[in-house]
Design a protein around this ligand. Sequence first.
Ligand code: FDP
Length: 297
Amino acid sequence: MNLPDYLTKIEPELAKVIAAFAEAVKQIDQVIRTAETTSAGSFNTSGDEQLKLDILSDRIVFAELEKSGVVSVAASEEQSEEKVLTKGGPFSAAFDPLDGSSLVDVNLAVGTIFGIWPGAGFIGKSGKEMLAAGYAIYGPRTTFTVAVDTNPVEFTLQQDGTFKMTIEKLEIGEGKMFAPGNLRACHENKEYLSLLDFWAENGYQLRYSGGMVPDIHQILVKGKGVFSYPGSESCPPKLRLLYECAPLSFVIEKAGGASSDLTQSVLEKKVEELDQRSVVCVGSKDEVDRFEKFLTV
Ligand code: FDP
């Protein structure tokens, strides 16, 4: 099955937003393969240095969302403010155009993340209100994963520019694989250190690339495992609720996994500001429970 066939099963206006992201992904794929990986000489609101690729990818996504004609407001991790695109459009879309861009020059996999909400704007809304979310990975293959009402599905970009369904049902069970982010926090966060000891001493397989999207996608494809990114006083959590944590938690929970910010599912957490950070742990339910038990003192 190709992406257009899959989209016929989704509410038509919502399908237009997903199709817009897929179109943007095709263009970003080309840009990543050929454009320079140098700095643009600017910084985003989070203080991350912007690459020319970040800025190009950002423009591509905004242009495709505007063309869709159904997105009232869009917010990007690369911009400090949301943009009004189509007045009266039924949806809002938040995205990180190129997540993990510090990995581009070393040729590791990077991604594009998106979440689609009803109405105009994001403040005061929570992830559980999302209508759909997904991401692309630019690696040895370019894949596009999307979740709407049920289990997420994976498509792979073909040479002719079409997206062919490659996994029709992503589902998460239990299993021993861990992707622990922000290890710098361990010197202060001894509870996190104890959890890492637990995973290491119990024969868990370490699989961590440093890119949030591939590090989470592996949990969906292998059907097991955990990704964690807590913080400590001098190494606070840096992952963004709106652009990263909420959309990826939506996909994980649709696959039967769990998410936590240490007090609740990430999807329960309300967006208070566009650049809001969150502790995040996603993956197999037992592992997310374990994360909460070890780190809640
Ligand atoms: P990056 O800074 O390279 O853009 O979202 C940011 C992110 O990558 C995630 O993809 C990744 O999981 C995380 O940062 C890794 O951050 P640190 O290496 O700084 O802990």
